[in-house]
Design a protein around this ligand. Sequence first.
Ligand code: UGA
Length: 443
Amino acid sequence: MARLSVIGTGYLGVTHAACMASLGHSVVALDIDEVKIAALSVGTVPFHEPELPELLQASIASGNLAFTSSWSDVAVGADVHFLCVGTPQSAGSDAADMGQIRAAVATLAPLLSKPCIVVGKSTVPVGTAQWIADYFEANSPAGKDVHLVWNPEFLREGFAVKDTLYPDRIVLGVSHSSDVEVLREVYASALKNDAPLISTDYATAELVKVAANAFLATKISFINAFADLADKVGADVGTLADAIGHDSRIGRRFLNAGIGFGGGCLPKDIRALQARANELGLGEQFEFLKNVDSVNKSRRARMVELAREALGSIDGKTITILGAAFKPDSDDIRDSPALDIALALANSGAAVQLHDPVALPQVRARNLPVTAIDDVSEAFANADLVLHLTEWKNYRDLNPATLGEKVSCKRIIDGRNVLDREVWSNAGWHITYLGKPGSLAAL
Ligand code: UGA
């Protein structure tokens, strides 16, 4: 089994480290945040991800996984180093902030004195891998014997363990074909499960990742533009998505209309791609992503507008919001449409009663002008309006009859288009969707 290191213990790094260790590899994972390392060392995952805590604890107990903040532990203790640091959006522009990548590469390079492979998994602007390969060659004692492989990651939050253990493809950007064989051993278990392996050059591998996220974002904004059109003309966007989705060239997945996409990946990745395309003189070809972004942002404004239409005025009203995370099975509130809408309503004078099954600690840590309520039925107390904004399964199982007794007005807008119209209507609620009119008139 291989000796691996994982550099960066965010979402990607922790999941990758725990999964690789569970497959029998010996893994040392590094972060410069010593508080995080201390927590991970005793099996505490600092975010919500199904199955991950159990896997992490089992991997530590097996002796296959250790955490460190010492770079020399990593350089000496592993032959394959996975680079998993973050590439968030830059503070002042749409481009990716490459600070963490640059710092990790600059710290690691002088410590690499024996032949090894560095495997980049972070999402980066095209051209980065070649730059890193050249940097290692010029700045590592092992020089040309430090090989770089680019291996983008496609895991989804909420399914991170499953996506890592059973990836639907493995993409390797290489400059030495012998490195593919080493990675075949590392990923032997996934390959045994028939994951296709695509071996290519650095630039293609880098682009596969951003192209995939850009395509997914485009699908969502595409259907959301149709949701607005459906509202105007009295059509049903859900039926429309089902019907076009039967065409296998289109496919039904990622055509769920609603308040749009958020999180730490899709929004920043489409912006970074545009920024890189601009640098390469291809701004016009990638202009459509600007539109994808603006349709997506307009969903949030549309929800606030619907709330205003329903209430007359938002000021002084009590609004219950179901969901703060950017998607279910996650406590990630980065660029969360639900939280953005909650804040816009609070800033317009509403008393916002916010519930989420797991993300409330993150909300409380940010000291926002909303009341975070742990008990979902308490969150309904005296509400003039309820908004369903993150499609947690337990919200679909709520009992609208009992909850109807708690609110001031039985009115709900489903920003994710998944609540059962009949169940809520039969309990006396006005229910509204995005792109599925019929109840719009009731507002
Ligand atoms: C996304 C990609 O799906 C992963 O393949 C990729 O690896 C990851 O980014 C990354 O770059 O690391 P993730 O951010 O976990 O994964 O979230 P998604 O499942 O893609 O959902 C993104 C957003 O789109 C959520 O806010 C979700 O509610 C929204 N969405 C999704 C819709 O509004 N409609 C849909 O039909 C599907």
